[in-house]
Design a protein around this ligand. Structure first.
Ligand SMILES: Nc1ncnc2c1ncn2[C@@H]1O[C@H](COP(=O)(O)OP(=O)(O)O)[C@@H](O)[C@H]1O
Ligand SMILES: O=C(CO)[C@@H](O)[C@H](O)COP(=O)(O)O
Length: 482
C-alpha cells in the first residue's frame, strides 16, 4: 500500500492524517495543540507538526506529504532565513488602520474607489486579516524589523520549507527554495487571481521595499523532498486551509462549505474569479486551478466556547440548553463580535446581548442566542456569496463547531436550507493528503478517492424572524471602550 500524509496546521492545533494513496482509506492520525494568541512564534507550529507526526506513528512509510494551514499569517524572514518576529495571525486586528491607509492610497483618497481598485487587482478588499496589511503595519510600527525583511512566507509555506530542511542559516539559496500554491498566495493581498501572478508593486507599496516571495507551484506540482521520513516523501504544494477542505470534501459547483473553526468560513468552488468591492466576499483561488470565493468571520466556535464558559457548562450542556429555548430566544439577540469582526469589517466592535427582558434572562435563552448569533453572521456570508453569483444547492457543515447538536439542528432554520454534516473528520488534512496522492500519481485530475465519508442531513422550517431581529441590532454594536 502506498501511503500519503496530509497536515492541517490550523489556528488552534496541528492535525496529521495518513491515508492510502489509492483509495483514501484512513490508516492513522495524530494531533498536537498550538498556543493561544494572535501573535505566535512559528517555532510552535514546527514543534506541533513534529509532535502530531509522532502522534500519528511517524511518516517513515509515507511517500508524499502536503501541508494545509491557516491562511494569511505573516512569517517575515531575514536574509539568513531566520524568523524576524512572531507571526501575526489572520485574526490579529492591529493592522486595521493599515488596511484603511492602503485602500485610500489605491483610490487616491477615495475609500470606495480604493476598495474596488483592490478587489480588481487582487480579488479582495484588504482587511486586517490579509498579509499585505500586516506588512504595512510592520513598516509603520517596527521599521527596523521591516528593513530586515528579505522574504515573506505564510504558515503553510514556512512549514513545507522546514520539512524540506531549510531554516535559519539557509541564506539566499534557502529563501529561493520557498514554495507556495495559488490558494494561499491569493490570500496575501499581493497576488492576482486574474493574472495568476504576484503583484510585487503592492507588496512594495505595503512594506516599502521588495522581498523574496515563495514560487507558486501548480495544483499537483512536486516540491522538494522531506528531510523527515525514511522514504523522504515528496512535498506537495500545500494549500490554504479552506482550499484544502474543499479538496478533502470533494466540493463541486453548487456545494457550499461552512467551516466552524476559530473562523467561520462560507466558501464555494467557482469557475471564474470574483472582485467584490464591498469586501464581504474575498476572491481567493482554490487548490485545483479554479477559484474559491469566501466570506470569513472572526467569530465561530469560540463564541460557543465562551458562552459555555459564561454559563458554567460544557459543549453538550450548551447544546441542550440552546435546544430547550424557542427559535429567536424570545427576542434575545447575541451579536458575536467577541474578537472584533472581519466580515463585516468591524475590527473594533465588541459583542453584545440585546433585547433582555425578565422572560428571556435564562441560561437556555442565552445559549440559543449565542448559537443563532454565530449562525446569523454566516447566513450573511452565504447571502454575500449568492450576490457574487454563487449557486447554492447544498451546504456542508464542517470544523469543530459542527460537532454541536444545537448548531446542526438550528443551522437549517437560520440559513434557510438543509444542512449536511459529513462524518466528523479532518477535512483540511484530508484535502492535503489527497493533494499529496495527486502529486504522486502525476494524473491530470486529483484521485477520486472511494473511501469518501457519508453525511447526515438536518432539516428545519425556516425561521426568518431570527435573521430579522439579528439584522435590526447588528448595526448597534458598540466599539471597544478607549
Ligand atoms: N461539540 C462541540 N461543540 C461546539 N464546539 C466544539 C465542539 N467540539 C469542539 N468544538 C470547538 O471547535 C474548535 C476547534 O475546531 P477546529 O476546526 O479544529 O478549529 P481551528 O481550525 O480554528 O483550529 C474549538 O474552539 C472547540 O472548542
Ligand atoms: O482567515 C481565514 C480565511 O480567510 C481563516 O479561515 C484562517 O485560514 C483560519 O482558519 P481556522 O484555523 O479558524 O480554521
Amino acid at each position: 500500500m502506498t501511503l500519503v500524509a496530509g497536515v492541517d496546521s490550523s489556528t488552534q492545533s496541528c492535525k496529521v492524517v495518513i491515508r492510502d494513496a489509492a483509495t483514501g482509506a484512513l490508516v492513522r492520525s495524530g494531533r498536537a495543540s498550538h498556543p493561544d494568541g494572535t501573535e505566535v512564534s512559528p517555532d510552535h507550529w514546527w514543534d506541533a507538526l513534529q509532535a502530531a507526526i509522532a502522534d500519528a506513528g511517524g511518516i517513515d512509510d509515507v511517500e508524499a506529504i502536503a501541508v494545509g494551514g491557516q491562511q494569511h499569517g505573516m512569517v517575515a524572514l531575514d536574509a539568513d532565513g531566520a524568523v524576524i518576529r512572531d507571526a501575526l495571525l489572520w485574526n490579529d486586528t492591529r493592522s486595521a488602520p493599515a488596511a484603511t491607509d492602503l485602500i485610500a492610497e489605491l483610490g487616491d483618497g477615495d475609500p470606495v474607489a480604493g476598495a474596488q481598485a483592490w478587489a480588481d487587482a487582487i480579488g479582495s478588499v484588504p482587511v486586517a486579516s490579509l498579509t499585505v496589511t500586516k506588512l504595512r503595519w510592520l513598516r509603520d510600527a517596527e521599521p527596523e524589523n521591516a528593513a530586515r525583511v528579505a522574504a515573506v512566507a505564510l504558515p503553510h509555506d514556512w512549514l513545507s520549507w522546514r520539512l524540506a530542511g531549510h531554516g535559519p542559516g539557509s541564506g539566499a539559496a534557502g529563501l529561493a527554495a520557498l514554495r507556495t500554491d495559488r490558494s494561499d498566495a491569493s490570500g496575501t493581498g499581493y497576488w492576482s487571481p486574474v493574472t495568476d501572478d504576484y503583484r510585487t508593486d503592492l507588496l512594495e507599496l505595503a512594506l516599502g521595499h521588495s522581498a523574496v516571495l515563495p514560487r507558486v507551484l501548480g495544483p499537483h506540482e512536486a516540491g522538494e523532498r522531506s528531510v523527515i521520513g525514511a522514504l523522504h516523501p515528496v512535498i506537495g504544494p500545500g494549500a490554504g486551509d479552506n482550499a484544502a477542505a474543499a479538496l478533502g470534501l470533494g466540493l463541486v459547483p453548487g456545494d457550499v462549505a461552512i467551516s466552524l473553526g476559530t473562523s467561520g468560513v462560507v466558501s464555494a468552488i467557482a469557475a471564474a474569479p470574483t472582485a467584490d468591492g464591498s469586501g464581504m466576499v474575498t476572491g481567493f483561488a482554490d487548490a485545483t486551478g479554479a477559484f474559491l470565493p469566501l466570506a470569513c468571520t472572526l467569530n465561530a466556535s469560540r463564541v460557543l466556547d465562551a458562552t459555555a464558559r459564561m454559563l458554567g457548562t460544557d459543549h453538550p450542556g450548551l447544546s441542550a440548553l440552546a435546544l430547550s429555548a424557542p427559535a429567536g430566544a424570545d427576542g434575545l439577540v447575541l451579536v458575536p463580535y467577541l474578537e472584533g469582526e472581519r466580515t463585516p469589517n468591524r475590527p473594533d466592535a465588541t459583542g453584545a446581548l440585546h433585547g433582555l427582558r425578565l422572560g428571556n434572562t435564562t441560561p437556555a435563552h442565552v445559549a440559543r442566542a449565542a448559537v443563532e448569533g454565530m449562525l446569523c453572521g454566516l447566513a450573511d456570508g452565504l447571502d454575500a456569496l449568492r450576490t457574487q453569483g454563487v449557486q447554492v444547492n447544498r451546504v456542508l457543515l464542517i470544523g469543530g463547531g459542527a460537532q454541536s447538536q444545537a448548531v446542526r439542528h438550528v443551522a437549517p432554520s437560520v440559513l434557510g436550507i438543509d444542512v449536511s454534516v459529513p462524518t466528523p473528520g479532518e477535512y483540511v488534512a484530508d484535502g492535503a493528503a489527497r493533494q499529496a496522492a495527486w502529486v504522486l500519481s502525476g494524473a491530470e485530475d486529483a484521485p477520486a478517492w472511494t473511501a469518501a465519508s457519508t453525511a447526515e442531513v438536518f432539516s428545519a422550517p425556516a425561521a426568518p424572524h431570527v435573521r430579522r431581529q439579528y439584522a435590526a441590532v447588528r448595526e448597534l454594536t458598540g466599539v471597544r471602550p478607549a
